[in-house]
Ligand binder design. Sequence first.
Ligand code: SF4
Length: 280
Amino acid sequence: MFYINYKNMFLKGNKIGVNVSELVTYLLCPRKLYYTCRGHEPYSDISIAYIEHLLLKELGMNLPELLQNCSSKDDATIPYLEATLSQASEELPLIYSSELEGVDPTIISEAVAQISSYISAMRNNLRSFSLDKNNTSLLSQLKEADLPSVYHSEKLSLSGIPHLVLNQDGVKMPIIIKTGKYPEIGVWSNDRLHLAALSMLMGETHSNHVSSGIVFYAIHAEIRLISIRSNDRRQVLKILGRIKKVKEGSLPDKKTGPLCHNCAYSTSCNVKTSLASKFF
Ligand code: SF4
């Protein structure tokens, strides 16, 4: 019998609420969400890549300060990036205290060394963004970007929190930080839907229309501003309906792909698949 994680599920008969983070998991793999909601314990294997992801996220959270430093006359981007990375590596075990309990410090050092090799590309991208005259007004808004509060919409049965919030002429717009590779132009479709869900949530909360959002690809400090289209919102609504079904207990198909190699749920997923193939 599976343990149902009731934190992720409202009592039977009540509305099923969804968190934007669940939408992000669903976009990666619907079955992964199924296991997450049911409290299947993932195996814990703290890799250098995972620490790199956490450190890049911490660097991304400093985007306003990074832009303040790189747009000053005496460009202090590189020393600032180095200092922020060093501080993040010290704070990481405090921020992720239970997750990183007992983690080998050499794994953190190796991740820091890897990120240090991106610093020059980060600096160049931040510098060219801040020197581009077309970005003048966006740049000053980004420098003022703030930490958000949790958003909740009864109408959408949706909750969530962007990484940062930008105030654009009185309208709050979401900023999300991604730590993986980025496309040549625009943003990945999953990132577009992540932003669309947050923009709908923020629009509902503030009773206004949030028409755009920003993805910060921290690995090379790439800032991508996108418009949210009606088709994105339509897709989000469809996906929210599917997520509710998964949370009600429907097991989605296995989405075999590169993600399966490092998937924390691969054991449960493979057992489930072999059992299914035995019976049918
Ligand atoms: S092993 Fe693959 S299909 Fe199964 S949950 Fe993980 S990513 Fe999804």
